[in-house]
Design a protein around this ligand. Structure first.
Ligand code: ADP
Length: 201
């Protein structure tokens, strides 16, 4: 972590294939956390800050402007070899995230600098249940298929494991209300331990 004042609250990335329950988990965690946590839905942030290029009707998705948002499907920054990513998205998030007390909710985690994350939660869901959830959401068939395949192939999990130290990446099942509640209570316990370890009361 680069900020001079140590964080009083952690930065938690909640990631997973679309539909696995990131936003649902982030909202409940923000309510139940023993310390204030700001929930940043990064996809919404991209829309609000106009970091997208266009809306793709066929895919029903925003096409993120790579120059601005640096949406790196690949693992390294294509715009700089200095290690600093000249991304408007990351630049705008940096001061917010550096202070700590943030939940970053996005379907990809490898765009964020490694130093940002104290914990990376990867949500997983059985692919047939995921299919139903995405169908209910009204996604076009090929978008459902693509996400379903990504979940089966563990794309988001692999991305998280290759971007962060293994001890901060946890994989959690999100297939029912019981999972949601037990996952959130496990993260709350982790926050309490994180604070205890740093002598924060
Ligand atoms: P994401 O943010 O990953 O796209 P959402 O949180 O929007 O996913 O959840 C997608 C849908 O799945 C919502 O209808 C939500 O109510 C449902 N859902 C999320 N998590 C669970 C869970 N653990 N068990 C059952 N349904 C869930």
């Amino acid at each position: 972590m680069s900020s001079e004042t140590p964080r009083q609250a952690p930065v938690i990335i909640i990631t997973g294939t679309p539909g696995t329950g990131k936003t649902t988990h982030a909202q409940l965690l923000a309510e139940e956390s023993p310390v204030p946590l700001q929930h940043i839905n990064v996809g919404e942030w991209v829309k609000e800050k106009s970091l997208y290029e266009a809306y793709d009707e066929e895919w029903q998705s925003y096409t993120v402007d790579e120059d601005k948002a640096c949406l790196l499907v690949h693992h390294q920054c294509m715009f700089s070899d200095s290690g600093h990513c000249p991304s408007q998205l990351l630049d705008e998030l940096e001061p917010v995230v550096s202070a700590g007390g943030v939940i970053l909710d996005w379907h990809t985690s490898d765009v964020f600098p490694e130093r940002w994350a104290d914990l990376v939660v990867v949500l997983r869901c059985d692919h047939t249940q995921l299919w139903d959830r995405l169908e209910k959401r009204g996604y076009p068939l090929k978008k459902i298929q693509e996400n379903n395949e990504a979940e089966i192939m563990e794309v988001v999990l692999d991305e998280a494991r290759s971007s962060y130290a293994s001890e901060i990446v946890i994989e959690l099942k999100s297939e029912g209300t019981e999972d949601l509640e037990s996952n959130v209570s496990r993260i709350v316990q982790w926050i309490e331990a994180w604070r205890r370890d740093r002598g924060i009361s």
